[in-house]
Ligand binder design. Structure first.
Ligand code: HEC
Ligand code: HEC
Length: 218
């Protein structure tokens, strides 16, 4: 049962109850002032930055989350970002959410496009976290065999909506993988198959090793 813990139960378990509107209200006037000082040509960028600012309370400055269960979204490819936001908006979107389903509903296609462009331009900063070097080494082998095809260059590249795995927070990776294994999160069929066979071969250890590998890339 251990691997049945989903992102949502975990949030309840650690007692994190967020009020999205409270997060949105926070600091908004200060940002308005800042945006006004931008050159007029940067109007769209300023608007995107302002929208993105409402996400900083959880996703960190410019999308680099302070962790541990909230993903870094800096450097996400525009399409990956847009698909993720639309999947959160859609109850059948296949993306398990504790909070993003409610948040995403507040944004129009234009808002999402503006934020997609903003976050894609931000530099992904790998999370500084402890890792087990021996497990990371085993995880690297599993990755190269089963995951590298889509999560290129050790999971550092966001290609075709794959997201960035290297340097992402361990608890977030853990809950994402558990959700994917349990079918609580829509991932490509090929990924589901690979993940299942890796898990059948080595059990939860395989998942732990993969996570240590991604965390080791700092
Ligand atoms: C209250 C905290 C909170 C706020 C505010 C918040 N997020 Fe999130 N975000 C999360 C959590 C937690 C997840 C993981 C999915 C979930 O549990 O809902 C997530 C996931 C995401 C993802 C998916 C990342 C991936 O790798 O698949 C995107 C994209 C995202 N958020 C964008 C945004 C944007 C854009 C905003 C601001 C408009 C925002 N978030 C505001 C907590 C937050
Ligand atoms: C056929 C291509 C493919 C293969 C093979 C694949 N993945 Fe994925 N992976 C994807 C795509 C595409 C997504 C984005 C799914 C979505 O959220 O819509 C993804 C999402 C993920 C996520 C969630 C990322 C996030 O930001 O939330 C993790 C973690 C992950 N994959 C790990 C793995 C691991 C570990 C393996 C190997 C056992 C693997 N993947 C194999 C394509 C693949």
């Amino acid at each position: 049962m251990r691997h049945k813990i989903s992102l949502s139960t975990m949030f309840v378990a650690i007692g994190l109850t967020f009020s999205a509107s409270a997060v949105f209200a926070e600091d908004a006037p200060a940002k308005t002032e800042e945006a006004k000082t931008e050159a007029p040509a940067a109007g769209n960028d300023a608007r995107a930055a302002m929208l993105a600012y409402t996400c900083a309370g959880c996703h960190g400055t410019n999308g680099n989350s302070q962790g541990p269960a909230i993903p870094t979204i800096a450097g996400m490819a525009e399409d990956t970002f847009t698909d993720a936001m639309n999947a959160f908006k859609d109850p059948e979107g296949g993306k398990n959410a504790t909070i993003m389903d409610r948040i995403a509903k507040g944004y129009s296609d234009e808002d999402i496009a503006a934020m997609a462009s903003f976050f894609a331009k931000q530099k992904f900063v790998a999370a500084k976290q402890d890792f087990d070097a021996a497990k990371a080494e085993s995880g690297k082998k599993i990755h190269e065999k089963s995951c590298e095809k889509c999560h290129e260059e050790g999971g550092t590249k966001d290609v075709d909506g794959s997201g960035i795995l290297a340097g992402q927070w361990k608890p977030y990776l853990h809950y994402s993988l558990v959700d994917a294994l349990n079918g609580d999160r829509a991932v490509p069929k090929k990924m589901a198959k690979k993940l299942k066979s890796v898990h059948e071969e080595k059990g939860d250890a395989a998942i732990a090793e993969l996570i240590e590998y991604y965390a080791s890339q700092q």
